[in-house]
Design a protein around this ligand. Structure first.
Ligand SMILES: Cc1cc2nc3c(=O)[nH]c(=O)nc-3n(C[C@H](O)[C@H](O)[C@H](O)COP(=O)(O)OP(=O)(O)OC[C@H]3O[C@@H](n4cnc5c(N)ncnc54)[C@H](O)[C@@H]3O)c2cc1C
Length: 385
């Protein structure tokens, strides 16, 4: 399968500027500041911003290619990058020209990084059902509550916070700027995270936080759930499929590298054992299947095809499962060295599990796909929560 120019360039970039930080950000459990400095300098933060705002005007195809290429080196860098693009799509989907211009300008001119603060402790995986307390006070919305896991928490400049709309039936998204009085990122609550550590997905406390009404994403208040489902979910789910296909590629490379270099006194390598070759073939086959399905889903979505949403959900469902399944085989090849933390296999295995946890989660993804195929509504809060 021929790779796109965008992917090949992003891959070369990631090898040079992201890979060197893979061990440090995982060990130190911290945001990949140095890598993001380079990502910004290379113009990747404006990839999907339309040309009329000074961006590169690229779409979901390039978004997924870049997420995958970054994640092949460090999954959590791919994840933070993916959230940034999805935030921009959300803001543009809201249709408020002044806000769109303001944010796009800040990204283009100052490399402002963006993120999503949607999930809450109370409704967990069901991110579209916020219970934060939000009241309108003159030109402001005053918010009290907490978000549970915010990717790039404390490192991004803008966060989209979903709230029950205080002025209409339904939900709104309000743009919170880093440092706004009353908002606190609780980074210490991420310090024992299992994987995806450079993601720093920490809780966000909101105490009498005042956000100007002009920072509302939606031109029609109360339509946040529609934007969430129609604008945010597809590039988010596709981005995650790309990321986990990328993590699986890294696992394959690590397994091959170990299998061809670990030698017994006879001079025989692990890879010369039939079972290792069998396991490597299995990992390769699954990775290629994830890639093919992800590319097909991206194509179908970009083309606006009728059955695109089923393919979108399916590619993430398969890639997040396969990366976990294949980690068992890769760890058998890496064995003692991998278990002891040498090389990247133990990190990749820990990173793999994040895919099942992130909204809408592995189980809900199956449910959503089944519903899509049966012609039912995807989101059915009265049954699910
Ligand atoms: C690495 C990482 C990054 C993240 N980044 C962000 C971010 O940037 N922004 C953000 O808003 N959130 C983020 N999250 C949060 C994430 O999206 C989820 O909302 C959160 O992890 C859900 O946690 P929970 O334990 O409360 O799940 P719960 O809601 O308690 O769910 C527990 C389990 O029950 C299952 N379940 C629940 N209801 C049903 C049902 N009706 N049918 C079938 N199964 C069901 C779920 O699938 C899940 O497996 C991130 C999470 C991770 C791991």
């Amino acid at each position: 399968m021929a790779e796109s120019k965008t992917y090949l360039e992003a891959k070369a970039f990631a090898k040079e500027h992201i890979a060197p930080w893979s061990t440090a950000v995982d060990k130190e459990n911290r945001f990949a500041t140095e890598a993001f400095q380079k990502i910004a300098e290379a113009g990747y933060l404006k990839l999907i911003i339309p040309e009329k705002y000074g961006g590169q005007g690229k779409g979901v195809v390039e978004h997924v290619d870049v997420c995958r290429a970054f994640a092949e080196e460090v999954g959590s860098v791919g994840l933070c990058y993916m959230m940034h693009n999805v935030f921009l799509w959300e803001v543009m989907g809201g249709g408020r020209e002044e806000l769109i211009e303001l944010i796009c300008k800040d990204v283009v001119e100052n490399n402002a990084l963006c993120a999503l603060a949607h999930s809450e402790f109370i409704t967990g995986i069901h991110f579209y059902d916020p219970h934060t307390d939000a009241k309108a006070e003159g030109d402001y919305i005053v918010i009290n509550g907490a978000k549970s896991m915010v990717t790039s928490g404390g490192s991004a400049k803008y966060y989209s916070v979903n709230i029950p709309s205080p002025i209409a039936e339904g939900n709104d998204h309000m743009i919170l700027e880093l440092g706004t009085e009353g908002s606190t990122f609780e980074l210490e609550r991420w310090k024992n995270a299992m994987g995806m550590r450079a993601n720093v997905s920490c809780p966000l406390k909101l105490e009498n936080v005042r956000i100007p009404q002009s920072n509302r994403v939606e031109s029609t208040p109360g339509t946040g759930a529609d934007i969430e489902l129609n604008v945010v979910v597809p590039p988010f789910v596709l981005g995650l499929a790309g990321i986990y296909t990328g993590v699986l590629k890294h696992m394959l490379d690590e397994a091959i590298s170990h299998a061809t270099t670990r030698k017994y006194p006879s001079g025989q390598t692990i890879g010369q054992h039939d079972l290792a070759a069998y396991n490597i073939a299995e990992i390769y086959g699954r990775q290629q299947a994830c890639l093919a399905l992800t590319n097909e889903a991206v194509r179908a979505y970009a083309a606006g095809e009728e059955d695109a949403i089923a393919k979108v959900l399916a590619c993430r469902m398969i890639s997040i499962d396969d990366v976990i399944d294949m980690s068992k085989l890769a760890m058998r090849i890496g064995a003692g060295a991998a278990y002891a933390g040498m090389g990247e296999l133990s990190r990749l295995t820990r990173d793999a599990f994040g895919g099942h946890i992130m909204a809408p989660g592995a189980d809900m993804l199956h449910l959503w796909l089944g519903r899509a195929l049966l012609g039912d509504e995807l989101i059915q809060p009265e049954r699910d929560i």
